[in-house]
Design a protein around this ligand. Structure first.
Ligand code: G1P
Length: 295
């Protein structure tokens, strides 16, 4: 059976989005009509994921509530004849099983992924960061393509990458590729949030990964790195150091990554999703255009 399980870390505090995230998770901020987490889940469903394990933390209950079936709300909408609104809840019935575990201490992204080990066991799995959406309206099948590469090449790790402007490399994990850089390339090494001078390329980790369970063994050996946190990037480097095969896969030009980790990229994501809204998009475009044309 092909990989159908994804770990979605959503335990981060979202401090770069204060005050919006003081009492609500950043993964529940709306982007267009839906919260970020729903966009992520729909994208993963489109790529064949059927079991989804959220690694949550303090203050993240609204994520669990969002994916529950709300019988009272359904009855209310049905009895009051609100068929269209009822349709907006179709995602509750999508073919997906949800699991939740908590990262009990904030020790970094690598540690959050390690919290999934007892539930994932010794099977390959996907990691999709819960604060990043790939492509508009869940149209991207990047995860399905990564799974295909992983299975065809027997790689230990496949990581999605996008090119970023050189002066933004300090925000991301950055690849040092080996050999030709096509849609798929070999990973020589990875460095977490390097300075512009240290960065081996401008290929940035784009929040989607496929792993063999060996990553859990390496995460257990990973010492705190950048920011004093246990970094997923460092554990991938340990896999590469021990002779494991790592591949990078580039996003297509139409598969931009929307990083809901800071206001600049959150605003861009919201505007782009709102402009693509089938009902409100055109009107919004005229409104924004008029604002921009104002003398
Ligand atoms: C994390 C990873 C980083 C990756 C980024 C993608 O950083 O550590 O390697 O490029 O996600 O969004 P964070 O954004 O959690 O600081």
């Amino acid at each position: 059976m092909s990989i159908d399980i994804a770990v979605v870390p959503v335990a981060g505090l979202g401090t770069r989005l204060l005050p919006a995230t003081k009492s609500q998770p950043k993964e529940m901020l709306p982007v267009g009509r839906k919260p970020v987490a729903q966009h992520v889940v729909e994208e993963l469903a489109h790529s064949g994921i059927r079991r989804l394990l959220f690694v949550t933390g303090k203050g993240k209950h609204s994520i669990e509530n969002h994916f529950d079936t709300d019988g009272d709300l359904i009855t209310y909408l049905r009895e009051s004849g609100r068929e269209q609104e009822l349709g907006e809840l179709a995602f509750e019935r999508q073919d997906m099983e949800y699991f939740y575990t908590r990262q009990r201490r904030q020790l970094g992204l690598g540690h959050a992924v390690l919290c999934a080990a007892p539930l994932v066991g010794r099977q390959p799995f996907v990691v999709a960061l819960g604060d990043s959406i790939i492509g508009l309206n869940a149209e991207s099948d990047i995860v399905a393509r990564m799974i295909e590469q992983f299975e065809a090449t027997k790689a230990d790790v496949v990581v999605a990458f996008e090119e970023v402007p050189r002066d933004e490399v300090f925000r991301y994990g950055i690849a040092e590729p080996r050999g030709p850089i096509g849609d798929v390339f070999e990973l020589a090494s990875l460095v977490e949030k390097p300075s512009v001078d240290e960065a081996p390329s401008n290929l940035a980790v784009a929040a989607r990964y496929v792993f063999s369970p060996a990553i859990f063994d390496k995460l257990r050996e990973t010492k705190p790195g950048k920011g004093g946190e246990i970094q997923l990037t460092d554990a991938i480097q340990l896999v590469l150091n021990s002779g494991g095969m790592g591949l990078g896969m580039r996003l297509r030009p139409d598969e931009r990554r929307f990083d809901i980790g800071n206001f600049g990229s959150y605003f861009r994501a919201f505007v782009e999703f709102a402009l693509s809204d089938p009902h409100y998009g055109d009107g919004l475009k005229e409104y924004v255009q008029a604002l921009l044309d104002r003398p």
